[in-house]
Design a protein around this ligand. Structure first.
Ligand code: NAD
Ligand code: WQD
Length: 336
């Protein structure tokens, strides 16, 4: 099976390509490299002995996408490409809506031109906003998002759902990721944020490796056991396996399929720091700071639906997430 992977050079896309190749699925990568490096392709090749077809270009360029579709018998698309920094989306809403919403619409048009009717979309737990209860099921309310990034994900979900209502021979899968962390166990592929990391795990890793002095812990007065924010961190290799499961189980069946991809477990900021100290043997100096605007106290996934319908369940724990992140960061202190 050949699968077009938009954003396949990025953090989650690159790990997913590895797991696809291991499962005998051929990725065809499209990426404009706005947030990734060509070196990723070399690393994928070193790990798998396969150099996937790679096209450098933008998903908003329909003629470019038509050309890629014309060169391969593509059965499905996994759509990772997009911008993902919450704070930046507040400062640059036009860029975020253009990349994430318009980019997805152009991609859908190119798919329709090519007669490819199966898409797996990278959505986010951010569509649930501040949940009224946990664990969050796929039926929990969506749409009360607090920033342009989150709204762009909700808009794409809405567009895809409207599209499915009109064209029911399509297979549309919405995967709502919780908090992806970790790295390939080889230590050769991982997350490589440009500039100061926005997310907790890469920030901790850069403090541990000496690139940054201190971690700011955003709030210790949440109604959680230790007062710091609680999230459902999921190892990127588990997430990658979740995509392979979606390709096998639902991407060839018409329908609008929605799944949470999380572990079902909550971990606080302090617990994650402790796990990283254990895994790395490094100190992680931190200071308690005010809450970050827009943050919620806690969220974690109900994993029942993915387990039942995809036959997929995350298996790697927080210890493994910290160990693999450290392996990657200590081997690649400056990233790729
Ligand atoms: P990433 O930035 O590492 O990967 C995205 C890739 O898309 C990059 O390689 C980038 O160069 C490429 N890209 C961006 N705009 C493009 C365009 N217009 N045309 C072609 N390529 C383009 O991000 P990631 O962490 O791997 O996230 C992948 C997807 O998962 C994104 O859609 C993101 O919103 C979503 N997601 C991520 C997280 C997370 O915490 N990492 C959580 C939930 C959802
Ligand atoms: C986790 C916890 C912070 C950084 C974001 C997006 C979400 C999704 C995943 C894409 C929170 C705390 C963080 C730091 C800290 N992305 N923290 N110091 O906010 O749950 O989710 O990434 O879809 O849409 O919003 O993840 O890693 O930023 O924060 O104390 O330097 O760590 O307050 O409690 P978040 P995160």
């Amino acid at each position: 099976m050949k699968v077009l992977v938009t954003g396949g050079m990025g953090y989650i896309g690159s790990h997913t390509c590895i797991q696809m190749l291991a499962a005998g699925i051929e990725p065809i990568i499209v990426d404009n490299l706005c947030n990734s490096k060509l070196a990723v392709l070399d690393r994928i090749e070193a790990l798998t002995k396969v150099r996937p077809a790679f096209y450098q270009g933008d998903i908003r360029d329909e003629a470019f996408l038509n050309q890629v579709f014309s060169e391969h018998e593509i059965q499905s698309v996994i759509h990772f490409a997009g911008l993902k920094a919450v704070g930046e989306s507040v400062a640059k809403p036009l860029e975020y809506y253009d990349n994430n919403v318009n980019g997805s619409l152009v991609l859908m048009r190119a798919m329709r031109n090519a007669g490819v009717k199966s898409i797996v979309f990278s959505s986010s737990a951010t569509v649930y906003g501040d949940p009224s209860s946990v664990p969050i099921t796929e039926d929990s309310p969506v749409g009360e998002t607090t920033n342009p990034y989150g709204r762009s994900k909700f808009m794409v979900e809405s567009c895809l759902s409207d599209f499915y209502a009109a064209e029911q021979d399509w297979s549309i899968t919405l995967l709502r990721y919780f908090n992806p962390v970790g790295a390939h166990p080889s230590g050769t592929l991982g997350e490589d944020p440009q500039g100061p990391p926005n997310n907790l795990m890469p920030f901790i890793a850069q403090v541990a490796v000496g690139r940054r002095d201190t971690l700011s812990v955003f709030g210790d007065d949440y109604p959680t056991p230790d007062g710091t924010g609680v999230r459902d961190y999921i190892h990127v290799m588990d997430l990658a396996d979740g995509h392979v499961a979606a390709l096998h189980k639902v991407a060839q069946q018409s329908g609008l399929h929605t799944f949470n991809l999380g572990t079902g477990n909550g971990t606080s900021v302090i617990q994650m720091i402790d796990a990283f100290v254990q895994a790395s043997g490094q100190q992680i100096p931190y200071q308690i700071c005010p809450r970050r605007p827009g943050d919620i106290a806690e969220c974690w996934a109900s994993t029942d639906k993915a387990e039942q319908q995809l036959g997929w369940k995350a298996t790697r724990d927080v210890k493994q997430m910290a160990a693999d992140t450290w392996h990657w960061q200590s081997n690649n202190p400056q990233g790729y």
